[in-house]
Design a protein around this ligand. Structure first.
Ligand code: HEC
Length: 201
């Protein structure tokens, strides 16, 4: 009887210990970033740098903006970079992926209700023209940390700077913004391009 009690206490002790271990494991990895729908929002609320937008998921926006302004250098962990509302690059923690230089690529769904993450990963995401994000952005010369802009060595995309600005201004998560005549025409050209594209396939 005494032995039975001792065993029960021992088992209970073990269970408690393993419970504690689980909690410890969950909190012992603060370097793994939590990225969810809530990590993304109205593109106009981000910081504009030349033609694109940046923000920081780790609260160090200054460090992100500094690299963006310098045009060269390695973006700090937590940096979010976007050209259009439906595509994003996020700099993940060191060691996330050698091949992608720790960038994770996202295909996002956007509506007045908010954001959905449709596809995410290093090599899974493709843009609206069917091009693979990683493959194309890897073409950027090394000093640019996979940021393409128009002169860093990536294949071009059929989105002109005016189109990009128009798409940025019509993010359904943002307050409505006025478009210039040129931007309205750019959106129409893009819509026609998209229709022609899907009819071909
Ligand atoms: C065929 C090549 C190509 C593909 C595929 C592509 N991009 Fe880009 N991306 C570019 C180019 C070129 C620019 C610069 C456009 C400009 O500045 O006018 C750009 C711009 C960007 C920017 C702004 C920062 C920068 O690099 O200039 C982000 C963020 C971005 N793309 C993310 C993505 C994501 C996410 C995907 C996949 C869903 C993707 N791109 C697919 C070529 C590509």
């Amino acid at each position: 009887m005494a032995a039975g009690v001792a065993l029960a206490v021992l088992v209970a002790g073990c269970a408690q210990e393993s419970g504690e271990a689980e909690v410890e494991m969950a909190t012992a990895e603060p370097t793994v970033m939590e990225i969810s729908e809530a990590s993304f929002g109205c593109i106009q609320d981000m910081t504009a740098v030349r033609g694109f937008f940046v923000s920081s998921l780790t609260g160090d926006l200054d460090a992100t903006v500094a690299v963006a302004n310098a045009e060269e250098g390695v973006y700090p962990v937590g940096s979010v970079v976007q050209l259009v509302p439906t595509e994003a690059m996020v700099k993940r923690e060191a060691g996330f992926s050698d091949i992608s230089h720790d960038w994770e690529f996202f295909e996002l769904g956007v509506s007045p209700d908010g954001t959905t993450i449709d596809v995410r990963g290093t090599s899974e995401a493709v843009n609206r023209f069917g091009g693979n994000c990683l493959t194309c952005h890897l073409q950027a010369e090394p000093q640019y940390d996979l940021i393409c802009e128009q002169t860093h060595g990536c294949d071009p995309i059929p989105v002109t700077p005016v189109m990009a600005r128009a798409i940025q201004k019509t993010d359904p998560r943002c307050e409505p913004m006025e478009l210039t005549e040129e931007e309205t025409q750019a959106l129409q050209a893009l819509a026609a391009f998209a229709v022609g594209d899907s009819e071909e396939n």
